[in-house]
Design a protein around this ligand. Structure first.
Ligand SMILES: C[S@@+](CC[C@H](N)C(=O)[O-])C[C@H]1O[C@@H](n2cnc3c(N)ncnc32)[C@H](O)[C@@H]1O
Length: 543
């Protein structure tokens, strides 16, 4: 591409926005340069102010909206655009779904190298979900408020961690910022209420803030590595109403934890206005979804579900207070050690007919309504008859494994987080499924090792496993795991992915190994954000 004009910071440029990045920045082209424009959507014509120029691209922000896109909507969230959490609040949900479906298709075409007609012919569309109050997990970063940091640095008021502040000091001691990180930064954007998270979270956060003010609990400071409270982790079982609170600490103990626990127990989370995402609401979603076609678009927010009254709502209750110790510098939220101080160390929840225990370090899908659709699809794609042996790699607390175990002869699950495997074993027992066995370790080590063991025992490894399920983290599967899966030569591979790019890369490898894309479907597990889930059925070509 030939660059014909030299742009510099603060220049203004008129752009037609034609696409979006995963981070929700509009994409426009001018004079051989690609512009990523924050705050724009495809279809906008904008005057953009340049923030930074690189060799072939530049970052800019909308200075003036010259022509608004038909896909543009007014964000519901007051901090949309500032908070880095949701990137697509200003795009209509119909367009968001179409864009996500296209992103999956484009990845399969461009990265996996599958012909365009084939990708479209094999696609089953995208399943939309609720755009508000859908998340069951929130991780709020905590920092000392800026003025408070300056006061400490200047040697102002003595700060004694965990010491009760004098009455008159308490008023002025609102020293913590709690919210979400801003776009591309670690500056905390405070928000009264995050619309994709549970409605009772602000009540819990306020309770923690007041307690922290009273007992002079400090927030973490990234620059110095000082301060105690780093993150507030909340996870809720939508079906049971159980809520688990974990405070991530830059330290090994929590002063005045008992006082916090007592206050939390006294919180009323179930008043008339509380509890938006009740079991009844969930049922609404499922009912509406089952009425919808697979290419359902935005079917889930219909208002005709009058039977979903508040009287059926679930009773929210904080069932445990844990601490997680993270004294390392860096961006990882959780440290290795989690301890339960009061109540339980895990919550219970249900997906479909199955019950699950979920501890703090264990992965659990954040959108339980959409998750049931994901697991339903995984089960459908696995096409089990009761005779199959299945490997479920990256199994977390054993959710997909146990869904599959209901219809398979034997399921093996593997997962790197030991606490998740403890949950998985407990969950198999809880659900009376004896045909599931779980292993702790990295997929790229456990699966190849298992294959080698079978060979040593003289078994025909190409005939041992019928279905392999893969549900890796965003970066996709390690090649050693994929190559072991190929050696097992299963009839079907069910790949559940939260990143179309890594799915397509792994798909290319599997296709080269004698497999073909049979079906795929998008499931919007993360409405209003740039992320999307995709499930692919990958079938063995040769016998
Ligand atoms: C997207 S989650 C899926 C979990 C589970 N299938 C579910 O639906 O809840 C990916 C899981 O892979 C685990 N994981 C990450 N790296 C891994 C590795 N190298 N080997 C095995 N498991 C890994 C994570 O701890 C996480 O539980």
């Amino acid at each position: 591409m030939q660059k014909t004009k030299c742009y510099k910071k603060n220049d203004l440029v008129a752009l037609e926005i034609t696409d979006l990045t995963e981070e929700g920045q509009g994409v426009g082209k001018c004079d051989g340069l690609v512009f990523f424009v924050k705050g724009s959507v495809m279809g906008d014509v904008v005057e953009a102010k340049i923030l930074k120029v690189k060799k072939n691209y530049a970052y800019a922000k909308v200075e003036k909206l010259l022509e608004a896109s038909p896909y543009r909507v007014t964000p519901l969230c007051p901090v949309a655009g500032k908070c880095g959490g949701c990137q697509l609040q200003h795009l209509s949900y119909e367009k968001e779904l179409a864009w996500k479906e296209d992103r999956i298709a484009q990845s399969l075409i461009r990265i996996a190298g599958i012909p365009e007609e084939e990708v479209h012919a094999k696609g089953e569309g995208i399943l939309g979900g609720k755009t508000e109050r859908y998340r069951n997990k929130a991780q709020y970063p905590v920092q000392n408020r800026k003025e408070h940091r300056e006061e400490i640095a200047l040697g102002g008021r003595a700060f004694e961690e965990g010491k009760k502040a004098p009455e008159k000091e308490q008023e002025s001691y609102d020293s913590l910022d709690i919210g979400f990180y801003g776009f591309h930064s670690h500056r905390i954007i405070e928000t009264e209420d995050c619309l994709i998270n549970s409605e009772e979270n602000p009540l819990i956060l306020n309770c923690i803030k007041e307690w922290a003010r009273e007992y002079q609990i400090s927030g973490y400071e990234e620059e110095t590595g000082k301060g105690l409270l780093r993150h507030i982790f909340l996870r809720k079982g939508f079906v049971t109403g159980e809520i688990l609170l974990c405070l991530v600490l830059n330290g090994k103990s929590l002063p005045h934890g008992k006082e916090l626990w007592e206050r939390l127990q006294g919180l009323s989370l179930n008043d008339e206005e509380g509890s938006l995402q009740s079991r009844a609401d969930m049922q609404c979603d499922m009912d509406t979804q089952s009425r919808a076609e697979l290419h359902c678009g935005v079917e889930t927010q219909s208002e005709d579900d009058g039977h979903c009254g508040l009287n059926k709502k679930v009773q929210e209750k904080i069932v445990g207070l844990c601490i997680n110790i993270n004294e390392a510098r860096g961006n990882a939220i959780l440290g290795r050690e989690t301890r339960c101080l009061y109540g339980k160390d895990s919550i219970e929840d249900k997906i479909g007919e199955l019950s699950f225990s979920i501890s703090v370090p264990s992965f659990y899908q954040v959108n339980p309504v959409q998750t049931e659709k994901i697991y339903g699809k995984a089960l459908e794609y696995a096409a089990l008859t009761g005779e199959e042996t299945v490997w479920d790699c990256y199994c977390g607390i054993g959710t997909i494994s146990l869904f599959l175990a209901q219809k398979a002869k034997q399921v093996y699950g593997l997962e790197i987080v030991p606490e998740a495997i403890e949950n998985a074993k407990e969950n198999a027992e809880k659900n009376g499924l004896q045909n599931a066995e779980f292993f702790v370790g990295a997929a790229e080590e456990v699966l190849p090792k298992w294959v080698e063991e079978q060979k040593r025992e003289g078994k025909d490894v190409g005939n041992l496993v019928d279905v392999v399920s893969l549900d890796p983290p965003r970066k996709g599967c390690d090649k050693a795991c994929l190559s072991a899966a190929l050696e097992l030569s299963p009839k079907r591979i069910v790949y559940v992915s939260c990143d179309p790019g890594s799915l397509a890369r792994d798909m290319k490898y599997l296709r080269e190994g004698g497999y073909t894309l049979e079906k795929w479907v998008g499931i919007d597990n993360f409405p209003r954000t740039g992320h999307v889930e995709c499930i692919a059925l990958i079938q063995r070509v040769k016998s």
